[in-house]
Design a protein around this ligand. Structure first.
Ligand code: 3HC
Length: 294
């Protein structure tokens, strides 16, 4: 099957990026959110990035307008009816995802494919809740979606070879580096990245360095574009904690356990960049490290 129209559920950090790169690749896109405010915020980010690309001379105005025109924002999931591929990028909460699929499964044409952008929840738990588990796969993007080249294409026990082929072809059309992987919590990248980020936080708890020292050390010593505490803020401390919890439940290994500091910061509403405060305060011109008071 050739994909013409892509549905994206969720227009937040990941969803707006998935909608944008899909429209840039020439697909018609329908993107939904729960509230008009969230929808406007996500679409605003897409428009801002397209404008910036025009200003930098990387995109013609007419092409930017055509990309924007291919994205249809709506509050009504019934607009997914004619989509060939629907990708969910909503909150990392299994019950919310299952509710969404129950609704979407009844609306969308029978031969369409479904994909989850989950960062760690088993794909099969969502696939099995739909009437089309063989047409359900994982498509895991990385933040910022517009910038990070990787797309993990995940095969659950029910995913058909045809669905995997479709996922790989979709990724190739987006210009992504695609990697096939299995339905194991964290897949490839988060399996390796999450214990590292958690160790950065444990290192802070143990006093191996200050926030800035730990970040600067990994940037200058290991060539990473961001240190682990900056990257944790960037991923979202709530998201990081929920990924860690899923992986800990799955593997029962300390390396996946959320350190107390992370749990407390999430309880306090310090989610990182998105809430304005995490290991850094983002209210000023430049991020300022804030000791979480260990
Ligand atoms: N959204 C869209 N585009 C962005 C962006 C954003 N949030 N941030 C930066 N960019 C674009 C800029 O517009 C710029 O584009 P241009 O080259 O066309 O002008 C380009 O990226 C470079 O931006 P900057 O020069 O401002 O910044 P840097 O060179 O410092 O790069 C970065 C920014 C790409 C975010 C870099 O710091 C980086 O690679 N950081 C690591 C990101 C990472 O590890 N992501 C994976 C997180 S894990 C994950 O997503 C999995 C999930 O399950 C948790």
């Amino acid at each position: 099957m050739e994909i013409k129209m892509v549905g994206v559920a969720g227009c937040g950090l990941m969803g707006h990026g998935i909608a944008q790169v899909s429209a840039e690749a020439g697909y018609e896109v329908v993107v939904t959110e729960l509230t008009q405010e969230k929808l406007d915020r996500g679409i605003g980010k897409i428009e801002k990035q397209l404008d910036r690309a025009v200003e930098k001379g990387k995109l013609e105005r007419a092409d930017a307008d055509a990309i924007r025109a291919r994205v249809k924002p709506t509050l009504h999931p019934h607009e997914f009816a004619e989509c060939d591929l629907v990708i969910e990028a909503i909150t990392e909460d299994l019950d919310m995802k299952l509710d969404l699929w129950k609704q979407v499964d009844e609306i969308v044409k029978a031969d369409a494919f479904f994909a989850t952008n989950t960062s760690s929840l088993p794909v099969i738990d969502q696939a099995a809740a739909t009437g089309r588990p063989e047409r359900f796969l994982g498509l895991h993007f990385f933040n910022p979606v517009q910038r990070m080249p990787l797309l993990e294409v995940i095969q659950s026990v029910t995913t058909s070879p045809e669905a995997m082929e479709l996922g790989m072809a979709y990724g190739a059309r987006l210009g992504k580096t695609t990697v096939e992987t299995k339905d194991k919590a964290g897949f490839i990248v988060n399996r390796l990245l999450v214990p590292y980020l958690l160790d950065g936080i444990r290192g802070l708890e143990e006093g191996i360095g200050s926030i800035e020292e730990i970040d600067n050390a990994m940037k200058a010593g290991a060539g990473h574009p961001m240190g682990p505490l900056t990257l944790s803020d960037f991923v979202g401390l709530d998201t990081l904690a929920s990924i860690a919890n899923v992986m800990f439940d799955e593997f029962r290994e300390r390396r996946f356990a959320a350190p107390p500091t992370l749990r407390k910061m999430v309880a306090a509403g310090f989610y990182g960049v998105k809430s304005g405060r995490g290991f850094y305060d983002y209210s000023g011109e430049k991020p300022v490290p804030v000791n979480p008071g260990l």
